[in-house]
Ligand binder design. Structure first.
Ligand code: HSE
Length: 335
């Protein structure tokens, strides 16, 4: 049995999901040969540390760690000093400067700890630097949850489609925009009403202009460009147009003619813009779903769809990344 000691940094919606999912899947993980232990959890109020693993029931009902913390050390000190193999970084995202997640990831990788994250900001700002640091230290940086949430995309390309040349990826990468566009087209909801609903579902960014102006999608395009396509691009290299100018009339007219209007991100074109998508197309997904078409040389087009956000769904992608690190290490050991 391989013991994997995890430091969780960030205890918001996704952090709660990680604690719940690691607890729920403990037996299955043990059957796979992994004994996953969350040995520290940090949020803005402090840290809980337990070298034998933190029982989920100790923290799951707590909105913050204020009442259960046993350390006030800084998050970087915790990352460095707690005896852990892997850091799950799920603090709030900032795609302008990447902090605080960027500092956390640099600290973890520098200490020779693997990093698994759903935090887009640090990868948008500094993917190349982080990947180089991980390679130098012989550890892994995994970020499936940053693009499309639980929808398998990066791992699908890296593993299942290995050997294919990836010619392009085009998709619906923002659940909030997709929800708004779907409600406006199908229920004839006004824009502001649909946006309020999307916010209530808990999908929207803290500042929903990031969603509706295409910023979130553009961040995902940058992550895909730099990781899957080995490009070296910045946010400012992406041409971005959001959905704020789409009228209900345009959506209804498009629908009558057999089309949906979707906010589409494209790599390597580096564009984000509303586009007409035939209603029968696999990209014409409704509600909060995400979808991605992967264009390849050997396998033609592969299309995937799934939930792009959500507490448990995002934690599922994080769990999958954790397992894949140790499976890859087993394969490395064989060779
Ligand atoms: N605000 C994002 C969305 C969350 O609506 O898709 C997932 O990145």
């Amino acid at each position: 049995m391989r013991e994997v000691k995890i430091s969780l940094v960030g205890y918001g919606v996704v952090g709660h999901g990680v604690v719940e999912v690691v607890g729920r899947k403990r037996k299955l993980m043990r059957d796979l040969g992994l004994d996953l232990k969350i040995v520290s959890i940090t949020d803005h109020t402090g840290t809980v540390i337990s070298p034998d693993g933190i029982a989920p029931e100790k923290v799951i009902g707590e909105k913050t760690l204020q009442n259960v913390k046993n350390s006030d050390a800084s998050s970087k000190d915790i990352i460095r000093s707690v005896n852990s193999d892997l850091v799950v970084e799920v603090t709030p995202t900032n795609i302008v400067h990447g902090q605080p997640g960027l500092g956390h990831m640099e600290e973890a990788l520098s200490c020779g700890k693997h990093v698994v994250t759903s935090n887009k900001g640090p990868l948008v700002v500094a993917y190349s630097r982080l990947k180089k640091l991980a390679d130098e230290k012989g550890v892994m940086l995994k970020f499936e949850a940053t693009v499309g949430g639980t929808m398998p995309l990066i791992s699908l390309i890296e593993r299942t489609l290995v050997g294919n040349k990836i010619l392009g990826v085009r998709g619906v990468f923002n659940g909030t925009c997709n929800y708004i566009l779907t409600r406006m087209a199908e229920e004839k909801y006004p824009y502001s009403f649909a946006l309020n609903e999307a916010q209530e579902l808990g999908y929207a960014e803290a500042d929903p202009t990031y969603d509706v102006e295409g910023v979130d999608t553009a961040g995902k395009v940058v992550i895909l460009a730099n990781s899957v396509f080995n490009m070296d691009v910045k946010y400012s290299d992406v041409q971005v147009r959001g959905i704020t100018e789409i009228t209900p009339e345009a959506l209804i007219l498009a629908h009558k003619r057999g089309y949906a209007i979707k906010l589409i991100g494209e790599v390597p074109a580096l564009t984000v813009k509303p586009m007409l998508v035939p209603l029968g197309s696999p990209l014409a997904v409704g509600s909060t779903l995400n979808a991605a078409a992967i264009y390849t040389d050997l396998s033609e087009t592969i299309t995937v769809t799934g939930l792009g956000a959500g507490r448990i769904e995002t934690a599922s992608a994080i769990l999958s990344d954790i397992v894949s690190i140790y499976r890859t290490k087993q394969i490395d050991a064989i060779f």
